[in-house]
Design a protein around this ligand. Sequence first.
Ligand code: SAM
Length: 323
Amino acid sequence: MRTEPPKIDWDRLRELRDLFLQAEPITKPYWRSNRQLQDYDITLGERIGWKWEAVIREVKLRGWEPPSPSLTDLGCGTGVATRRMLRAFPGHFRKVTLWDHSESAVSYARQKIRHEFPEIRIVCAKAPPHPKGVVVVSHLLTELTDEAAATLLEQVADAQALLWVEPGTFETSRRLIEVREAIKDHFRIVAPCTHQQTCGLLAEGNETHWCHHFATAPRVAHQDPFWGHFRREMNLDVGPVAYSFLVMAKEAEGMEPGGSHLIGGPLRFPKYVRVLSCQAEDVRELVAGRKVNVYKDLKQAHTPALYQFELKKNRIVSGKRVD
Ligand SMILES: C[S@@+](CC[C@H](N)C(=O)[O-])C[C@H]1O[C@@H](n2cnc3c(N)ncnc32)[C@H](O)[C@@H]1O
């Protein structure tokens, strides 16, 4: 039996997206109704969910598991990040704390989480919390003034682990790199970096690059007429979706894979492929010719793109994808 596609107020959703894209911080709550939250949740929020799935896949690859049964979502919106975490780590969490300066958002997120995970205790914070367990932050940085971002960093200082996902734009990635540098001495970096050094994108010559990755949409989204509507109405591709992220933990022994993490997508040429590669020593462009064993892998742009390479200057001689 065919189900009716959800009806969306596309005008409102476009307005909301325009608001998200504006360069200035958004200092006041903007959610106007449950309907608007729902429309966001099954469209833009769902795309954010695909980013979270990619990030969670990557941290699992590195052997990370939630170190605490307590999960806090700061700027929770509809609770997308929390629901992805609860789905990905069944049985790990017992309590979820939701914080957002919009009460409507907190109430919507609580309902959705309660419906899908009735066993989880949900606390709706009345003031900005300073959590000690696992903290998720998703698509919040762009809305914050510098002062509010600094306050947020104080809020997360005692967290055992922090998973932070943002849009994959130049500006947001660069702000997330500032966050990384500001707090890296108090945490171990789990991902995306394969090392604990200063971010290589801060080195001279790398000013035009930014740390971003692509999450693919599930195959069904490409076949579903609802997402076809989404594409036309929002003038946005269904996927892949670009994201920046940062995962840090107080205890992260043994989770440093070494090797290289690729940034952005590959540039494909007839006889070789060029990638931007981050490793402990630097961030730089590397090329692989057609005969190199990982050539096809590199061309296909897997996420996560974690590799161990054998290099000769800027040429990849051979490699192995960590998956
Ligand atoms: C773009 S939405 C993202 C929501 C959700 N985290 C997600 O990824 O789908 C940003 C959310 O942050 C909230 N927010 C913005 N500034 C905030 C602040 N200073 N304190 C708490 N919440 C804030 C907004 O109300 C909104 O729900």
